[in-house]
Ligand binder design. Structure first.
Ligand SMILES: NC(=O)c1ccc[n+]([C@@H]2O[C@H](COP(=O)([O-])OP(=O)(O)OC[C@H]3O[C@@H](n4cnc5c(N)ncnc54)[C@H](OP(=O)(O)O)[C@@H]3O)[C@@H](O)[C@H]2O)c1
Length: 226
């Protein structure tokens, strides 16, 4: 495939590397090339099968809107825009394009979501729960999209909204903990990312899956098909 990667930061650069290793042609746009999404014209997007976005919460909506306008399929790894999810879902569905997003493209984290969904039953049996997330000091949004996803999964499963506590320290890639506590015992569930490589490979495989499809997709619903 011919991929356009938006962002060449910590994750975007690994996505480009993983995409080249999987035999794809890759072009990259950084912030200076693309102020206010101005580079995302019909002509610039035309040669690419799929765009992959790992940029910033402030710029990602303009990128999404440009790709929808020009009917270009897009994988969105950037977090911090989910307040606009219903509007974007509707735009994608009425425009006949394809968008796949995830707070976390790691297969391990998506398994962790399933484990959390099962563990939510504890909250109906005298357990209380808390979510903790730790990331590197430069991370711009808090709580993390992954922690917010765990919170939503638990709420959908048992109606309880758990508190999220965020820590920003050092160069932590991403650690998420769900702790369930009862008078009798305590359950610790923890996912600790060792590198960004799992996110990058997942995003490239998501782009391969999305090519030629229409619709609005969440990676947690499709990762088993990759
Ligand atoms: N879904 C997942 O699995 C996952 C995993 C990791 C991170 N993330 C999310 O991905 C995002 C990026 O994370 P990161 O750690 O890679 O951040 P980062 O190192 O700060 O990189 C952000 C990049 O975005 C670029 N950028 C900003 N505006 C742009 C624009 N208009 N067009 C093109 N590029 C632009 C910047 O370019 P310059 O270098 O030119 O300034 C920078 O390289 C965050 O929202 C993070 O939460 C998601």
């Amino acid at each position: 495939m011919n991929l356009l990667i938006l962002g060449r930061g910590k994750t975007g650069s690994l996505v480009s590397e993983a995409a080249r290793e999987r035999g794809h042609e890759v072009s990259v746009l950084c912030a200076a090339d693309n102020p206010n999404a101005s580079a995302l014209t019909a002509a610039r997007l035309a040669p690419h099968d799929v765009v992959i976005d790992f940029t910033t919460p402030h710029t990602v909506l303009a990128h999404i809107e440009a790709c929808i306008r020009h009917k270009k399929n897009l994988v969105v790894g950037t977090t911090g825009w989910y307040h606009d999810l219903p509007r974007i879902k509707q735009l994608v569905e009425t425009s006949g394009t394809g968008l796949l997003y995830a707070a976390n493209f790691s297969v391990g984290v998506n398994l962790f979501f399933d484990v959390a969904r099962t563990a939510a039953a504890a909250l109906q049996h005298q357990y209380s729960g808390q979510i903790f997330e730790r990331h590197h000091a430069q991370k711009k949004d808090a709580p993390s999209g992954t922690a917010a996803t765990v919170q939503r999964i638990i709420k959908d499963a048992c109606g309880t909204e758990l508190e999220i506590t965020s820590f920003r320290e050092g160069d932590v890639v991403g650690m998420h903990e769900l702790i369930l506590d009862s008078p009798a015992d305590r359950i610790y569930l923890c996912h600790d990312a060792k590198s960004r490589r799992g996110f990058a490979e997942g995003a490239v495989r998501a782009a391969e899956w999305l090519a030629g499809k229409n619709g609005f997709f969440d990676f947690k619903d499709v990762w088993r098909q990759l």
